[in-house]
Write a protein that binds this ligand. Structure first.
Ligand code: SUG
Length: 446
């Protein structure tokens, strides 16, 4: 039976803006209050989807969440009609206004952790939405994410949906951005690597910025996903690199199948980790994995954060070779560019590196790999995914027209107070729901 990886990209929402909400994310902090360009942003995201589709990969999408988030505002005690609520929030609380308008759901690498059936004891695909408990604007996403994932992966005989972990100052979970799966082929067993930044109770941790993933959260995911300990590695991300702006593991390491590329400063206890990985990998796959370690001489952590080299999206083509989709910014940096040239020449599965222009997402600290959630399924399991959320050329064109029709060219922070923006956003989401038959994923009524 054929097994494939489907990338579910988050659609960039009509309220995409720069509010500097993500402490420890240097790009987002630098972009605070810049004018954003929602239409350009969404079209850039869609261009990546189209490219992957044209490369022969299966593509799905996760629709934007409703913004502003009135559910949260009402929970916080705002009453009255929506216009009055918005006026109240807009007058007194800029930070809250920014939070409920954030389009951060677009980075679906943070939507959930997914374990394919080849790894789990009950042979189901396990999905845990991330609680994103570290940052308030991201924590808002979890309930709607859980809902849409259940809608997309509807067949509960195939997909085991878990609730997001409790928000309890112990279990901080940022989803697939801190999860790597090494396998010889998608159909076979994998080694699942859970990268955490701190233990909530003991051990070293960053000094300047927060760590977003806790060991305790990763351990619960391992248990709930019914993974075998022999197929799991929990490794700590180096707190020093978190303090340099590496807020997720996917800013310092990437992988696809048996190929891992990582920065020499990415992990605590690197030698032990690599030894364990090779041992577990060969035990379960009968092969060895291919590891490319990038020295800081080759690429400093600072340059890695600036270019998002490690957030390149590494995908397999039908010929078994790989393509690396790297942020445009890598091609504008001498060290990242020469690294790319070297990777293409070296003896490894990468056939080609392509530049991806995602400037608007990058300004908020999100590169090509941040925008997608990987889901490995075989042909039978594919039938448990709602077709409406899978893309083809026609649907990509429909999405393009939808973006062109509804999204603003630009948005400044002051525009978030504009009641008209709320109306436009509602109309856009309503049309998307109709166009794609998305089911009952939004609470609002037009
Ligand atoms: O959580 N930025 C996101 C970027 C997430 C990138 N994802 C991965 N690396 N997988 C974050 O830091 C900025 C929003 C603002 O400030 O307006 C933001 O949330």
């Amino acid at each position: 039976m054929k097994t494939l990886e489907i990338n579910f990209d988050g659609l960039i929402g009509p309220t995409h803006n720069f509010s500097g909400l993500a402490t420890g994310n240097l790009a987002a902090t630098k972009s605070k209050f810049k004018t954003s360009h929602p239409k350009k942003a969404a079209l850039e995201g869609l261009a990546k989807i189209r490219l992957l589709h044209q490369l022969g990969l299966r593509q799905g999408f996760v629709p934007p969440q409703e913004r502003p988030d009135f559910i949260t505002l009402r929970q916080l005690g705002f009453i009255g009609n929506e216009k009055a609520i918005l006026e109240n929030v807009g007058r007194g609380n800029e930070n809250l206004l920014a939070r409920v308008y954030s389009s951060s759901f677009m980075w679906t690498a943070n939507a959930a952790t997914v374990s394919p059936s080849a790894d789990t004891k009950d042979r189901k695909i396990h999905i845990t939405p991330a609680n994103l408990a570290t940052l308030p604007h991201r924590a808002l996403e979890a309930p709607a994410t859980a809902r849409v994932l259940k809608e997309i992966f509807f067949d509960q005989k195939i997909f085991q949906h878990h609730p997001a972990l409790p928000t309890d100052a112990v279990h901080f979970d940022e989803g697939a951005a801190n999860h790597l799966r090494m396998c010889a082929e998608y159909a076979g067993p994998g080694i699942e690597i859970f990268v955490y930044g701190k233990s909530a109770v003991s051990g070293v941790r960053p000094r300047k910025f927060v760590s977003r993933q806790s060991l305790e959260a990763s351990q619960v995911n391992v248990k709930k996903h019914k993974l075998r300990q022999e197929q799991v590695i929990c490794v700590q991300q180096n707190p020093k690199v978190i303090d340099e702006g590496v807020f997720h593991n996917d800013v310092i390491a990437m992988n696809n199948q048996s190929f891992l590329i990582f920065h020499e400063d990415a992990f605590v206890g690197k030698a032990g980790f690599l030894k364990e990985l090779q041992a577990k990998f060969s035990k379960f796959t009968g092969r060895s994995c291919l590891i490319e370690e990038i020295s800081k001489k080759r690429l400093s952590v600072k340059e890695a954060v600036k270019t998002y080299f490690f957030n390149s999206q590494l995908v397999s083509l039908s010929n078994g070779r790989m393509v690396m989709l790297s942020p445009q910014e890598c091609f504008e940096s001498a060290p990242a560019r020469s690294l790319i040239e070297e990777i293409v020449q070296k003896d490894n599965p990468v056939q080609k590196v392509m530049a991806i222009d995602l400037r608007e997402s990058m300004l908020n600290g999100g590169g090509p790999a941040c925008l997608r959630l990987r889901v490995v399924v075989n042909e039978k399991e594919l039938s448990g995914i709602r077709e409406n959320y899978l893309l083809n050329e026609k649907k990509i064109r429909q999405l393009e027209n939808w973006i062109r029709k509804h999204f603003r060219e630009q948005l400044s922070f002051a525009d978030l107070r504009d009641e008209q923006l709320l109306k436009e956003t509602r109309t856009a989401l309503d049309e998307l729901t109709e166009l794609f038959g998305l089911g009952n994923i939004y609470d609002f009524q037009i």
